[in-house]
Design a protein around this ligand. Structure first.
Ligand code: 5GP
Length: 348
């Protein structure tokens, strides 16, 4: 049974800006995929990290590999994207930027182009069916695949940027942060930026990435994913913080993901506190709601209970996230109107 607080957080209109498609696949959708591919012998314990459990970051990346085995055809991608969009909508998310890494699979004939087209089709189908959520797509570059793949991805995305009617709006840089170096991806990312694509980069997700972060901040990215080790208390530096603040780059913060992936010891140690108290733009996100067994309502609730935010402050946090979306100002205005319509009288 939902208690009154759960209802408040679910009904709170929300913006989700950091959600990896294959990390967001729910238990129910995984169940369907397991049934359709019994020969893989995959169990739920291999695709999600339950309550109270933790994994090393390396183990988290193994989980994505298992999910990729289950999601390897156009049909799978269409189903997964449709389910994920509907689940976010049911959780009160009104605007979603979904990110995913295009893959090719020789056995099923999947190509990177078809991968992107299929995600777009799922978004369009949900819209046609009247699902109450505005969805955009950020195409991801997996850093482990190096400079050539990064450049090819950007070239492909440029085509969709022009032809997808505003659905494909940007690039995400993600993948195992311990593999590769950002300097090899710099020219692809710069090209994307010059083409008008928005950039969200995972930065300083693990310690000792000072040089890479410093370099990539010069582009500059339009948003930062995690940024866990940017600030001096986490081994980062004041210089990096100053750069982020001076360029006013919003941070996408994913509390449960960081705690379960053990880059942050516990909720109360989360760097949300550092940036929020400073008044810097932050957006609460899920990262991988399937893998980390969470949803955006729960993430807001955890932030509020851990850091003592009032309901009014929570409302403000969700409303301010509109300013950091990658869709144009006309979309921001529509969302702001939606928030005004839904706002409880006592917060007006
Ligand atoms: P997909 O791109 O296949 O839809 O979603 C899964 C992929 O997203 C993973 O293979 C990984 O490249 C990326 N990803 C998901 N969560 C994280 C994270 O917390 N950090 C980083 N760096 N990458 C992630």
């Amino acid at each position: 049974m939902d208690n009154e607080a759960d209802v408040f957080y679910r009904e709170l209109p929300k913006v989700e800006l950091h959600a990896h498609l294959n990390g967001s696949v729910s238990f129910q959708t995984i169940e369907k995929l397991i049934h359709s591919k019994p020969q893989l012998n995959i169990e739920h314990s291999m695709t999600a990290i339950g309550k109270g459990q933790r994994r090393t970051l390396d183990e988290c990346f193994q989980v994505f590999k298992v999910i990729h085995q289950l999601v390897d055809s156009e049909d799978d991608i269409f189903m997964v994207a449709t389910d994920v969009i509907k689940e976010f909508a049911a959780d009160g998310v009104k605007y979603l930027e979904l990110r995913s890494t295009p893959r090719e699979e020789i056995t099923t004939g999947l190509t990177k182009r078809r991968y992107i087209e299929t995600v777009i089709q799922a978004i369009q189908q949900c819209k046609k069916k009247g699902v109450d959520i505005d969805v955009r797509f950020l195409v991801a570059i997996d850093r482990r695949n190096g400079s050539q793949v990064a450049m090819e991805t950007v070239q492909l995305v440029e085509e969709f940027f022009l032809s997808s009617d505003g659905l494909v709006i940007g690039i995400d840089l993600s993948g195992d942060p311990t593999v590769g170096h950002g300097r090899d991806l710099l020219s692809a990312l710069q090209r994307a930026k010059n083409s008008g694509l928005k950039l969200s980069l995972h930065l300083s997700e693990v310690p000792s990435q000072h040089d890479e972060t410093d370099l990539l901040l010069n582009i500059p990215p339009d948003r930062i994913g995690h940024g866990t080790f940017l600030h001096p208390e986490m081994g980062g530096s004041q210089g990096l913080v100053d750069k982020v603040v001076q360029k006013s780059i919003p941070l996408e913060l994913c509390l449960t993901s960081n705690v379960k992936g053990q880059t942050v010891q516990c909720y109360s140690d989360h760097h949300f506190k550092y940036w929020y108290q400073m008044g810097h733009p932050v957006v609460i996100c899920t990262d991988d709601k399937g893998v980390f067994a969470t949803d955006l309502s729960h993430e807001y609730k955890m932030a509020a209970t851990t850091f003592g935010l009032s309901r009014e402050a929570v409302w403000k946090l969700s409303q301010q996230a509109i300013d950091y979306i990658f869709a144009p100002d006309s979309v921001k205005e529509l969302l702001k109107q939606k928030w005004r319509d839904l706002q409880p009288q006592e917060f007006k």
